[in-house]
Write a protein that binds this ligand. Structure first.
Ligand SMILES: Nc1ncnc2c1ncn2[C@@H]1O[C@H](COP(=O)(O)OP(=O)(O)OP(=O)(O)O)[C@@H](O)[C@H]1O
Ligand SMILES: CC(=O)N[C@H]1[C@@H]2OC[C@@H](O2)[C@@H](O)[C@@H]1O[C@H](C)C(=O)O
Length: 372
């Protein structure tokens, strides 16, 4: 009998907007019972600290290297995760004993798959000590050791959720539009294909913040008042990232921000929403079959300008577009749930990644266990 465990997943994604916390009861295989979710936003000050962490990490070549300032930020990040866990347990009336394991992503500060280097800050043993709960962390490293891109890892969870669509003989594609976008297709034959698909919200967030001080375009309202600047869109969409047969995973800094003066605020936001949508469609062209249905997760689904662009493009190719909620899921909780699912798989030594998801040479497990 497979063991069903209660796990909490913790995700601090490339948008650096906060910590997502989600509870799952699962056997790490086909049994999945979704529990509550809590988003704990970062304040402007800590977002600034995380941006500083990206700068400090840029010249690093050893993933365990921690210059003093980076180590300070790592400890603060870990402490904030411990506080988020306490808030989550209190909010939903849970005790520490009710939770078997935490799946801890940490914060990616550098991702250079071509050099076999991926660095996530976040101290697993410290989180275990502070919360009194076992922690599985550092889940990307082993994939890279075995020739994988180290990302995306959510596909194993998407595949487990796809069951009800597969039964209908459909090919379904989960799209996550976070800071970076990534997709997971489960073919009508069950074949799994996944990769990063392009810049998600990061370019929009950077542009809107630069011009207005707001950290994103709420509801896509700013972009909704603008027009696509074709020359700018082309500049991004002609990137070598969208050519060639090998899909590579992305670092937050791989696409340069739009420069001040290149467009009005509204046209810039609209053009970048168009780029985010078109990137997914361009990348999906590398899938073995055109998806019957796209299920859109991540904060980008709340940008209606981006969603309108994406739906128009996808529908033109015969695909149907659903938000995660329309498909019966929670689009904010998906990645945190995935980290809970992966932590349980890690405890059982099950693969986290597959040749079709990260390009790893063979299915491999991963993650490091820290006990309190
Ligand atoms: N109401 C909203 N309207 C428009 N955009 C929104 C809204 N809420 C969130 N977003 C966008 O979604 C982003 C956060 O998305 P999400 O939390 O999925 O990203 P992430 O998990 O940090 O990134 P990744 O998946 O790349 O790791 C925000 O930075 C913002 O751009
Ligand atoms: C290196 C890294 O942190 N990559 C993230 C990032 O954010 C989205 C995309 O790029 C994806 O590849 C990955 O995160 C998700 C959670 C994943 O691994 O599936």
């Amino acid at each position: 009998m497979n063991v069903i465990r209660t796990a909490i997943g913790l995700m601090s994604g490339t948008s650096m907007d906060g910590i997502d916390v989600a509870l799952l009861r699962t056997d790490g295989r086909g049994f999945i019972e979704r529990g509550p979710f809590l988003g704990v936003p970062y304040d402007a000050d800590f977002r600034g600290r995380l941006k500083r962490a990206l700068e400090i990490a840029r010249p690093l070549s050893d993933r365990s290297e921690r210059p003093a300032e980076l180590r300070d930020i790592e400890l603060e990040l870990t402490l904030r995760h411990a506080i988020a866990i306490t808030a989550f347990l209190e909010r939903f009336g849970l005790s520490t004993d009710a939770v078997d394991v935490l799946g801890f992503h940490g914060q990616t500060v550098l991702h250079r798959p071509d050099e076999g280097l991926t660095i996530q800050i976040g101290d697993g043993p410290e989180l275990a000590r502070r919360t009194g709960i076992s922690v599985v962390y550092d889940m990307r490293a082993n994939d890279m050791v075995h020739g994988g891109q180290g990302a995306p890892l959510v596909p194993a969870y998407h595949a487990a959720l796809a069951g009800k669509f597969q039964q209908a003989g459909q090919s379904v594609c989960f799209v996550n539009i976070g800071g970076i976008s990534n997709l997971t297709a489960i073919g009508s034959d069950g074949r799994l294909s996944a990769f990063d698909s392009g810049p998600g919200n990061t370019l929009i967030d950077q542009w809107v913040e630069m011009q207005t001080g707001r950290t994103y375009d709420p509801g896509g309202e700013i972009g909704g008042r603008g027009a696509v600047v074709a020359a700018l869109a082309e500049r991004y969409l002609e990137s070598p990232f969208f050519r060639g047969n090998v899909r590579r995973s992305l670092d937050r800094g791989d696409f340069a921000p739009l420069r001040p003066g290149e467009a009005s605020l509204e046209d810039g936001a609209r053009t970048l929403a168009h780029i985010a949508a078109a990137s997914i469609i361009k990348s999906a062209d590398f899938l073995p079959e055109t998806p019957s249905t796209y299920i859109v997760c991540g904060g980008g689904r709340l940008n209606s300008t981006l969603m309108a662009e994406f739906s128009t493009m996808a529908e033109r190719l015969g695909s149907n577009v659903l938000t995660a909620e329309e498909a019966g899921f929670d689009g904010d909780a998906m990645e945190a749930e995935a980290w809970a699912y992966l932590a349980v798989r890690s405890l059982d030594g099950l693969p986290l990644t597959f040749p079709g998801t990260t390009g790893v040479s063979a299915p491999v497990s991963g993650g490091v266990l820290a006990t309190p």
